[in-house]
Design a binder for this molecule. Structure first.
Ligand code: V47
Length: 384
């Protein structure tokens, strides 16, 4: 492929072609709007194809948000509720198990579990959710509780994060989702979620998890009050931890959705900003194998386009998503497997169903509740 390269991008192109690591200033230049998006995208695509070939990964998954009651008041969140509000809820065991059965019936391999920090629920309540689901449906991988929830459990229990994680592992925890990272830089973090685990806590929780053999994901919430400096800083802090542990599987850039939030006056990032962030992430995070374009949040069209700007994953078929839909997402609540595969093929990529740990999922028959795990998907990384 012949690349078009803006003259100022030439040194970065040379580094990318040589498989060399990019630095902070490179990140700032990639975010500079005078550099055409397509030039950045082409470089990101080069890395994407080097690492993941022509494949685009998806999974069959469901979400479970057991409660929306939350002690925190992050101003970007439309999902949280006060206990006394009409919209508040906390699910009981029967409702939770029904979701497990529905997941199995629909061939899900993963349940993504996150929720609010309910001040009247103890750690046991959260632990029990993992336990009852795993006992009843052991075939479903439970990707549960963000670093922020884990930090809350640590605070409630007055025990170490390693102990908390061991308890969760004992009852069936599979891995950690990437939420709660928001923007690490305190200039922004203190304005959007001042009470939440700070950057070093969030990173330390993932460090401990990786040390216990638990894989996790990582995210960045962008398009609010931050600028390119804060985003590059965020990405490089993730890269630094990944150098140390290698435990992150995928990075998910999360575009801010303003509706019904305390930042409703801020416009939603444009598709151009979304694609640039996907591309810059692919280029800076040379040690994270996968970049996920979460279709629920980006919209289907942008998530498809992102497959040519560095992303190699599109998330799952999804059901029961609340966090983005409460904040104004206009995407459907679910995609069928046929639609998912068609959208990936339309984007010029080969659809590959994966499980949460990036192993290929093999379905031999037409019965969707039957599947088995195939080979691990290996991705050659610059730093490997
Ligand atoms: O932590 C909340 C973000 C995250 C809004 O690990 C918002 O595979 C934009 O982490 N606008 C939860 N973003 C979602 C998340 C996630 C999603 C998909 C896959 C994975 C994974 C993780 O969503 C929160 C916060 O950063 N968020 N409200 C909002 N209004």
């Amino acid at each position: 492929m012949i690349l078009t390269t803006h003259p100022r991008l030439k040194p970065i192109r040379d580094k990318v072609e040589a498989g060399e690591r990019l630095n902070f200033d490179d990140g700032m230049l990639l975010y500079d709007e005078s550099i055409p998006l397509n030039d950045v995208g082409q470089l990101a695509n080069l890395v994407r194809e080097r690492v993941n070939g022509n494949r685009t990964y998806y999974n069959i998954n469901t979400h479970l948000n057991p409660t929306n009651v939350c002690v925190y008041r992050c101003n970007f969140c439309a999902f949280r509720s006060d206990l006394r509000s009409e919209k508040s809820y906390a699910m009981n065991d029967e409702q939770i198990l029904q979701r497990g059965q529905e997941a199995v019936d629909n061939g899900c391999t993963e349940m993504h579990i996150v929720g609010g920090l309910h001040h009247q629920k103890k750690f046991d309540w959260y632990l029990n959710i993992v336990r009852i689901l795993h006992d009843a449906y052991p075939q479903i991988h439970l990707k549960a509780w963000t670093g922020v929830e884990l930090n809350w459990f640590e605070f409630m229990e007055k025990r170490s994060i390693a102990d908390i994680l061991r308890d969760l592992l004992d009852v069936g925890l599979g891995s950690l989702p990437g939420g709660g990272a928001e923007i690490f830089h305190p200039e922004i973090r203190n304005q959007i979620c001042e009470h939440k685990a700070d950057a070093s806590h969030w990173l330390d929780i993932h460090r401990v998890a990786h040390g216990l053999g638990i894989r996790s994901n990582c995210t960045m919430l962008y398009g609010m009050l931050e600028n390119a400096y804060h985003r590059v800083d965020h990405l490089l802090r993730l890269r630094e931890l990944q150098d140390e542990t290698g435990g992150f599987q995928t990075f998910i850039p999360l575009a801010f959705h303003p509706d019904n939030t305390g930042l409703a006056h801020i416009p939603k990032p444009s598709a151009f900003q979304d694609l640039r962030t996907v591309a810059v992430s692919r280029l800076l995070l040379d040690n994270i194998a996968h970049i996920k374009a979460y279709w629920i949040m980006l919209g289907i069209g942008t998530a498809q386009a992102a497959q040519a700007y560095g992303a190699d994953d599109i998330d799952g078929t999804v059901r029961h998503e609340l966090i983005y839909h409460d904040a104004g997402a206009t995407t459907p609540e679910i995609l069928s497997v046929d639609d998912m595969r068609r959208l990936i093929v339309e984007a010029g990529r080969e659809p590959v169903e994966r499980d949460t740990l990036y192993r290929e999922v093999i379905r031999d028959g037409s019965d969707f509740s039957q599947w088995r795990i195939g080979e691990a998907i290996s991705a050659p990384l610059a730093t490997a």
